[in-house]
Design a protein around this ligand. Structure first.
Ligand code: ADP
Length: 259
């Protein structure tokens, strides 16, 4: 809701001041709303043509088998950049929707162990990194939105892969408390300096660009993770030690009834 200052019995100067402040507040919140709408519209408008461009690029790559290696490479680069921008636009759209309360969740009960296994199999289609799953019990039942939850886990796996060496494994730890479910994703990567740990969930925040120039991230991934997890009634946090690795911990409501 909109902030308002109520000062019924105050002297007139104070009332006037309060009125001015209220006017400013209402203008501010109007301009925030306009900004959200603008971001949302621009993302939407750009996504459609880019998706078409990507479609053409992919179809040329599929059908033309007489491309020179450099043509092939140019088209592949263009396609992967287009994919990158489309993902970025989708993230911006999700965040704008979340801000204005239009991000909807279809919360149902699932067996956490199976969901995590599915996501790990998906990730292993594009990376040959070793990903292990450890669980205290089976089945652990969780209440989430199926596709949003997968999006969260994929974002965290992507990061774990990006920010650690190829030879190191990634580990999922699943745990069940009386009314919560705890999911931890652990990597043995570069780690995150303590002074940055509280800020990495902010939009566009990246730790030391020069250390990870090749990863081409936008700094939106973890803000999406936080928004989605909180939207499903959960929370997310990080523990990390430089040159040892990072652990991202998600806590979500446990499903009380049977599935
Ligand atoms: P992006 O990966 O696109 O930069 P994110 O929002 O996903 O954006 O992450 C923000 C920053 O947090 C990253 O730039 C990186 O510096 C740091 N980070 C995220 N995950 C990890 C991880 N598993 N290990 C080390 N650093 C990480």
């Amino acid at each position: 809701g909109r902030a308002q200052l109520y000062l019924n019995n105050a002297p007139s100067e104070v009332k006037e001041l309060a009125q001015t402040l209220n006017m400013l507040l209402s203008r501010l919140s109007q301009s925030w709303e306009q900004e959200r709408e603008f971001v949302s519209n621009v993302s939407h408008e750009l996504r459609t043509p880019l998706t078409i461009v990507l479609g053409y690029l992919q179809s040329v790559l599929r059908r033309q088998n007489n491309l020179t290696p450099s043509q092939q490479e140019a088209l592949e680069t263009a396609a992967s950049e287009a994919e990158h921008i489309i993902r970025l636009l989708q993230d911006l759209l999700d965040l704008a929707r979340a801000d204005s309360g239009y991000l909807h969740f279809q919360i149902k009960s699932y067996v956490l162990n199976n969901l995590v296994e599915e996501v790990v199999l998906m990730a292993q289609k594009y990376s040959d990194r070793t990903i292990q799953i450890e669980s205290t019990t089976y089945p652990i039942e969780v209440k989430v939105d199926y596709s949003r939850f997968k999006q969260v886990l994929l974002n965290l796996i992507d990061n774990a892969i990006k920010y650690s060496e190829a030879a190191t494994p990634i580990l999922f730890k699943l745990n069940q408390l009386s009314d919560r479910v705890i999911i931890q994703i652990c990597d043995q990567g570069h780690g995150i300096p303590l002074q940055h740990q509280s800020r990495i969930f902010e939009r566009f925040y990246r730790v030391d660009e020069s250390r990870s120039p090749a990863t081409g991230g936008s700094g939106l991934g973890l803000s999406i993770v936080k928004t989605l997890v909180e939207g499903m009634g959960g929370s997310v946090s990080v523990q990390s030690k430089l040159e040892e690795g990072s652990v991202f911990t998600i806590s979500l409501p446990r499903s009380s009834s049977g599935i």
